[in-house]
Design a protein around this ligand. Sequence first.
Ligand SMILES: Cc1cc2nc3c(=O)[nH]c(=O)nc-3n(C[C@H](O)[C@H](O)[C@H](O)COP(=O)(O)O)c2cc1C
Length: 367
Amino acid sequence: MGLAWRMLANPTLKMIDSERAHSRTISLLSRLGERPTGQYFLNQIYRSPELPIEVFDMLFHHPLGLAAGFDKGAEALLSWPALGFSWSEYGGVTRYPQDGNPKPRMFRANKDRALVNNMGLNNPGASAVRDRLIARKAVNRWPKSPVAANIGRSLKVDNEHVSSDYSATLDILWDYADFFVLNISSPNTPGLRNLQEEDLLEGVLRSCIDIRGRKHESKPILLKLSPDSSDEDTLETTRIAMGLGIDGFVATNTTVSRPVPLTTQSRKALAHDGGLSGRPLHDRAIELIELVYQESSGEVPIIGVGGIESTDTAWNAITSGASLLQLYSSMVFNGPSIVSNIVKGLVRKTNESGFSGIGEAVGYKHI
Ligand SMILES: Cc1cc2nc3c(=O)[nH]c(=O)nc-3n(C[C@H](O)[C@H](O)[C@H](O)COP(=O)(O)O)c2cc1C
């Protein structure tokens, strides 16, 4: 674990509850990482090596990015590259501002290296996030690395209006991300996962693709999948989305299932309602990456997320078919040095395997 993380964040974070710890991290990082001297300082400690890969016609310095949910309001966009990530995804953003579910709503199962969150897509809403991003661009505080926007469903919108809810947010944020992820799979918004049902899914995708058709520049739109759908449903969702022209998939969101807890502390944390992330999610995330890679014949990029916490878990996701990776939970448990440690390990694995670049390792298990 990095010295700076131990000194700056960890002592305070251990004593307070998970969500407050998170808010403090964000405000600490946004103060540090948003300033040139802070960026320099963080970069000296957390810089990752180069392991370039081209995805969606964009150059990523290496595959590993920040997962959705950490920077919901796009407040610390310059901090993520300074901490070693090659790209970041802000959000989930919804059309309307939302407070989310009552607190406490984020719990750590320490020994299991898992989080349970029941945030309920709390965020300032698409228009407020856009205003923030307009201001950021105006003063040249936009990262040089790729930025994705995660779009969620507004709680107050019924199924009849869900397509326009997603596409309105896409429209509002269009100029403020390089690509978009439609979150149809969060367990914490009632009804959201019904979206994976055929008609709703088609409606959302058509409406978003229609908005894109009205823009002068095309940008990739991806679908984020649930680990709790059956394999058959996942294959069906993949087929439908591919048929409608989706550009890629993110596998996977959090799960409502639970592992057998390793300690009493974990048992209490895991007993809360909400989505589980971290180590116990990894095996199912890999299964989903493999399913989608095979069903899509490797034709569209997959972003692998779920329990990425080491060189082996990252390599596992890439050779299963992921072109890019993301993490959230392992940074909570290990601090930001996890990012450069994983990328260093991937560089080593790529060299040991005799590949000329990490791109050659994508989907290698299936050959
Ligand atoms: C507190 C928290 C909030 C999250 N919020 C979102 C969200 O708004 N949208 C989304 O698509 N995923 C969200 N996620 C899911 C993560 O992006 C990721 O898919 C999941 O945590 C698995 O990765 P991990 O095991 O590395 O944490 C959230 C996760 C956590 C822990």
